[in-house]
Write a protein that binds this ligand. Structure first.
Ligand code: GAR
Length: 200
């Protein structure tokens, strides 16, 4: 199955997907293209090193967000990707894009959703003072970090944590959970019933 991975930053999740899926020929999963909304995203270097085609698509180069989304869509189609995998991609899609790829966009978020959605989830987690946080992999819908939840892993918050330390421990779990969920998707193991996702 061909997938498109969308990134904005460092790309540690992308690296895990390259190592555990793309370069493992038994996985049946091929990263057909990596799309970034930032020219300087280190994730682009990781993709190029693995010989994966890259594309930079920036919001400021388009008249509006519908046209930005349409350009992303054009590349997803061009590379015949069946699944859109957001890996630290920090832009929100407009409803037409979400409708077009309904139940075909995955996201990883560094909290136990619905707690702490949005752009600064780990800082918000520490500020609130919760004792347990974690990772969520979910389908993307029209709202922010609100689509049907596929899988979660809990991570304890320690008294000694700062944002960097806590995020690093959460990322260890992201790197295990995300490739697993993508494999489940490719194997047709995910069944969506309303807001509930059942792993068959
Ligand atoms: C990840 O921790 C991911 O959960 C988070 O961005 C980081 C990207 O790291 N995503 C979000 O906060 C989405 N709302 P990476 O570039 O090293 O994979």
């Amino acid at each position: 199955m061909k997938i498109a991975v969308l990134v904005s930053g460092s790309g540690t999740n992308l690296q895990t997907l390259i190592n555990r899926l793309h370069e493992d020929k038994t996985s049946g999963i091929d990263i057909a293209v990596v799309i970034s909304d930032r020219r300087k995203a280190y994730a682009l270097t990781r993709a190029k090193r693995a010989g994966i085609p890259t594309q930079v698509i920036r919001t400021q180069d388009f008249e509006n967000r519908i046209k930005f989304d349409a350009e992303i869509s054009k590349h997803i189609e061009r590379y015949a990707a069946e699944l859109v995998v957001l890996a630290g991609f920090m832009k929100l899609f407009q409803p037409p894009f979400v409708r077009k790829y309904r139940n075909r966009i995955l996201n990883v978020h560094p909290t136990l959703l619905p707690a702490f959605p949005g752009a600064h989830p780990v800082a918000d987690t520490l500020r609130y003072g919760v004792k347990v946080t974690g990772v969520t992999v979910h389908f993307v819908d029209e709202d922010i970090d609100s689509g049907p939840i596929i899988a979660q892993t809990a991570v304890p918050v320690l008294d000694t944590d700062d944002e960097e330390r806590l995020h690093a421990r959460i990322q260890i779990e992201e790197h295990k959970l995300y490739p697993q969920v993508i494999k489940w998707y490719a194997q047709g193991k995910l069944k969506i019933e309303g807001r509930k996702v059942i792993v068959k």
